[in-house]
Design a protein around this ligand. Structure first.
Ligand code: FAD
Length: 517
């Protein structure tokens, strides 16, 4: 496939399909793009928490917070809070603030000298994030409602509304043709490449390149081209979810500016506060719980009374990735390419990365088409595998054995990449602001290792500089004191705004209260 690609057909109109349409229509000039989606096959209906690259996407698309957030019932997200993963009663954070390297270096020295609690790492080094434990927003001075500039916070959003917004505000105005129809078959040419997409009402649609965004069905890449699927189930046993949409009892209390993940008997529960409701669900292993057991545990966890009338949505998850996500003239993006379970909210980011990388490759072609394609496949493999490893650490570094699930996680012998094993065995945390891997920053890697009590050995500590030490200790103590002061202020009724108050007075000014009925 060395000739110039002039037309693209995207199959699927979920978050992945519309993000791909936006990115390609903006970045690859003179491309004719069509997106086909079914009105009979629903989107997956979950996926409401994003991570840090989302801000870059929104900025590139020229979307200001005031307009897109209200259209998508979006809220702010400053990090992820993990509860009960290492042992019951412990917690840790994945903060999105960037690192102050001196401060974090010094925390390690003090950890050994003063026998600090591992959790003090988050309070001393990431006071801004941890302070919002009681719903207080800490980014009020950072946001610029009209133009997104910063990328040390991100968002919760209603994924269905987000896809709709991207379609209406970006993709269609950029010339993307939208077809609503059912795909009934995929035609293959003699050489095994896709020759056309057969539809119910629009005949056969043809293009130079086909993008499979058909969700877990993966109609083109896995369905028709039979691309090999590399399962992660040996590493990540959670293969089911049961999701619920819960109205707020009191948004002022419940709308926290972070995603929370709480460990349960056979997996974990997410809580994602949107503007109009809470999104929640239990991600679990079907080897350890049946559907009805999982639903019962989730209902008990949320308060049986509160959620008695609410329906539960059971979802089967295919955990793993395609061996090659670009094969012949088909590229899969989103769930069609693969899925690592949602603990770190990486699904939408994977779709974004896939589409951005594809846009880059298309601009490079046709001079070395085959290299572009191989490079794309190699990069996507590395990205998927890094995410899978990173998520695996939340489980296998556990100290819990109280249920068969946690026992199995603790004694898991599932493989890890060499890079991850090296990080674990050397226990050398890196506090530089360089990217640690393709997806996760050093902040993220340090958080999981410290949160799961894999602290570096004393002899691996960074060298000590007396002046820097004094300054860093002061900054750390200031953070810590601010966190403590804020909790006193809150208990005494003096406070900076809650996330809900802040949104009500800014982005959602004039909107009805979400619990108004
Ligand atoms: P889908 O939403 O399934 O869309 C598939 C599209 O294909 C639909 O438009 C459908 O109509 C179309 N289609 C299918 N068959 C046909 C046909 N025959 N003809 C025409 N069209 C067809 N990601 C995050 O980033 N953060 C999260 O917090 C998060 N949580 C998750 C929780 C769970 C339990 C699960 C399962 C996933 C989660 N994800 C999350 C992943 C996220 O939901 C997806 O990555 C994202 O929604 C993209 O989905 P998609 O567009 O690939 O597929």
């Amino acid at each position: 496939m060395s000739e110039k690609i002039q037309s693209i057909l995207i199959v699927g109109g979920g978050t992945a399909g519309w993000m791909a349409a936006c990115i390609l229509s903006k970045r690859v000039p003179d491309m004719s793009i069509t997106l086909i989606e079914s009105s009979d096959v629903p989107t997956v209906g979950v996926g409401e928490a994003t991570i840090i690259r989302m801000a870059r996407f929104l900025r590139d698309m020229g979307l200001g917070e005031k307009s897109w957030m209200t259209a998508c019932n979006a809220t702010y997200k400053e990090g992820i809070y993990f509860n009960g993963f290492h042992s019951k009663g412990t917690h840790y954070w994945h903060p999105f603030q960037s690192i102050n390297t001196d401060v974090t270096d010094m925390w390690l020295h003090r950890y050994y000298q003063e026998r600090l609690e591992p959790n003090s790492y988050f309070e001393m080094c990431y006071g801004n994030t941890t302070r919002n434990g009681r719903n207080r927003i800490n980014i009020e001075n950072k946001v610029n409602f009209d133009k997104i500039e910063r990328i040390d916070y991100t968002y919760h959003l209603d994924a269905a509304l987000f896809a709709q917004h991207l379609k209406e505000k970006i993709a269609k105005p950029a010339g993307v043709r939208h077809v609503i129809d059912n795909v009934t078959d995929v035609k293959l040419a003699e050489n095994g490449w896709v020759a056309g997409i057969v539809t119910e009402g629009n005949g056969t649609l043809e293009a130079d390149l086909y993008i499979d965004c058909s969700g877990f069905r993966s109609m083109l890449l896995q369905g028709k081209l039979e691309e090999k699927f590399v399962s992660y189930l040996d590493k990540l046993p959670n293969d089911r979810a049961v999701a619920m949409r819960v109205p707020y009892s009191d948004p002022n209390q419940e709308m926290h500016p972070f995603t929370s993940a709480t460990a349960l008997e056979a997996g974990w529960v997410w809580k994602i506060p949107l503007w109009h409701r809470l999104g929640t669900g239990y991600v679990y292993s079907s080897r350890h719980k049946t559907e009805s057991q999982a639903e019962e545990e989730l209902r008990n966890h949320l308060g049986e009374e509160r959620v008695r009338q609410l329906p539960a949505n059971h979802i089967k998850m295919r955990i793993g990735r395609c061996e090659r996500t670009w094969r012949h003239n088909v590229v899969a993006i989103g769930l069609a390419a693969g899925f690592v379970e949602p603990l770190e909210s990486t699904g939408i980011e994977l779709a974004q990365l896939g589409a951005e990388l594809l846009a880059e490759s298309l601009l490079e072609r046709p001079s070395h088409a085959s290299i572009c394609q191989r490079l794309y496949n190699a990069k996507m493999q590395v990205i998927f595998d890094e995410i899978a490893d990173y998520i695996q650490l939340h489980y296998i570094l556990t100290n819990r054995e109280d249920t068969p699930y946690w026992h199995d996680q603790k004694y898991s012998e599932a493989p890890l990449r060499f890079e991850t094993l090296a990080k674990l065995s050397r226990r050398e945390l890196s506090f530089s602001n360089d990217e640690a891997g393709d997806v996760f920053s050093n902040t993220a890697w340090n958080s999981i290792l410290i949160g799961m009590r894999k602290l570096p050995l004393r002899e691996n500590l960074p060298p000590l500089d007396a002046r820097k030490y004094r300054e860093a200790c002061k900054a750390m103590d200031d953070n810590f004191r601010a966190a403590k002061r804020q909790s006193v202020e809150i208990s005494e009724g003096r406070k900076n705004p809650t996330h809900f108050e802040f949104l009500s007075n800014t982005v959602y000014q004039g909107a009805a209260r979400p619990d108004a009925g």
